[in-house]
Design a protein around this ligand. Structure first.
Ligand code: ARG
Length: 412
């Protein structure tokens, strides 16, 4: 029996039923929580007794913990909960619609997913910080265009990853803020006559309350940029562990072998981080496209909002945890990095700047050093170690200061 069988006679064609069915089981505990919030409003309006509210609390807590109560014959998670509540279920839908119900539950889901992402981002950042701490003095070339540019330390480079992750957690906080308001009280789109409005945190406009999916887009956007960062980190690890770079060795608990080539150790975790970034972007663009032409307020198209968010949450969790395991086990080949950083040409900029300090205009200094590089007579004055120290932040002293500041920021 559907929630709308009073109006639509007979049973639906199985193909129609299969098409309409929502894959929304992950919403179960969140919908139970939102349903209890709605029950509290009914109680405050004098429409549920103390005993009924207590029963709602107890039963919803049980239903939340038992996914097996949601069966094939239920149209969606909302129908499953109402059915399991029995007689109380027949009262509890007063003043609400599945339109505000699904939006309320989905917002709680996204809020939770944002908190989870922030915790797991912090866990990865702490792993990167530990590696950076161990590699404060490790010299390496810094790159632009994937060509050697100027010497840096690996610690400084790893702190760049930490900055990316810091912005990610800010983005998840913003998505959480967007999800925090409540659409309850909006009913189908225009409220009810039952005096359920006015609760703190309630959305201002009932039509917007049921039509808005910005919070889901914000979440998918935050996941997309996070994954773009994981992809860029992954790409660097792929380069660094190649025979050509040889900067790092993959840990055997986070690498794979080849089914045919016995010698191989492959960076599949790093590659899949790169691959899943594409999927993450696709989920965001899919939902953007689904929402873009919809008239206010609710349309069934909006059912398509959940699957990408559920999948994005799983990939966020899996990707951050796997990357943390990979980074924690990376074996840095300091000699190989130092050898690459000892390329005299990475000191060409310092040579030009030394001339500037002697009063030569920079363009002329650049031309003089470039000419000596071109004719093969460039000789640097100092070493890569002198160079990073002279530039402050990329050198060991600067990295130690930056690490102390970052540790304080991430431990709160
Ligand atoms: N499964 C639906 C969704 O995810 C729930 C809302 C259905 N509302 C409706 N008026 N048919 O959006």
């Amino acid at each position: 029996m559907t929630l709308w069988s009073g109006r639509v006679g007979g049973s639906l064609d199985p193909a129609v039923w299969a098409f309409l069915h929502a894959d929304d089981a992950p919403l179960l505990p969140y919908d139970c929580e939102a349903s209890f919030q709605h029950a509290q409003r009914l109680h405050a309006a004098g429409l549920l007794s103390d005993a009924e509210l207590a029963e709602a609390e107890r039963r919803l807590a049980e239903i939340a913990l038992d996914p097996s109560g949601y069966v094939e014959a239920d149209e969606d998670v909302h129908s499953a909960i109402e059915r399991q509540l029995g007689d109380l279920g027949r009262k509890i839908h007063a003043g609400r619609s599945r339109n505000d119900q699904v939006a309320a539950a989905f917002r709680l889901y996204v809020l939770d997913a944002c908190g989870e992402a922030r915790d797991q981002i912090a866990a990865l950042a702490l792993v990167v910080l530990s590696l950076a701490e161990a590699e404060v003095d490790t010299l390496m070339p810094g790159y632009t265009h994937l060509q050697r540019g100027q010497p840096v330390t690996l610690g400084h480079h790893l702190l760049a990853w930490v900055e990316m992750l810091d912005r990610d957690r800010t983005r998840f906080a913003a998505a959480a803020a967007a999800a925090r308001e409540s659409p309850l009280g909006a009913g189908a789109l225009a409220g009810s006559t039952l005096g359920l409005g006015g609760a703190p945190g309630q959305m201002r406009n009932s039509i917007d309350a049921v039509a808005d999916r910005d919070f889901a887009l914000d979440y998918l956007y935050a996941v997309s940029i996070l994954y773009i960062h994981l992809s860029r980190i992954g790409e660097e690890i792929v380069f660094w562990c190649s025979g050509e770079f040889g900067f790092v060795k993959l840990p055997e608990n986070a690498a794979t072998g080849s089914s045919m080539m016995p010698q191989k150790l492959n960076p599949d975790v790093a590659e899949l981080a790169r691959g899943k970034a594409g999927t993450a972007i696709g989920r965001l663009t899919g939902l953007l496209a689904a929402v873009k032409g919809l008239p206010l307020a609710y349309d069934r198209d909006l059912q398509e909002d959940k699957a990408p968010v559920f999948a994005a949450r799983l990939d966020t969790r899996l990707g951050l945890q796997a990357l943390a395991a990979l980074v924690a086990g990376l074996g840095v080949d300091r000699e190989r990095m130092a050898q690459a950083a000892s390329d005299p040409l990475v000191l060409a900029t310092d040579a030009a700047e030394a001339l500037v300090l002697e009063g030569v205009p920079f363009r002329e200094a650049h031309e003089r050093v470039a000419a000596s590089v071109r004719d093969g007579s460039f000789v640097p004055t100092g070493t890569a170690a002198d160079s990073v120290a002279a530039r402050g932040a990329p050198g060991p002293g600067g990295v130690r200061d930056a690490l102390a500041e970052a540790r304080a920021r991430w431990s709160c």
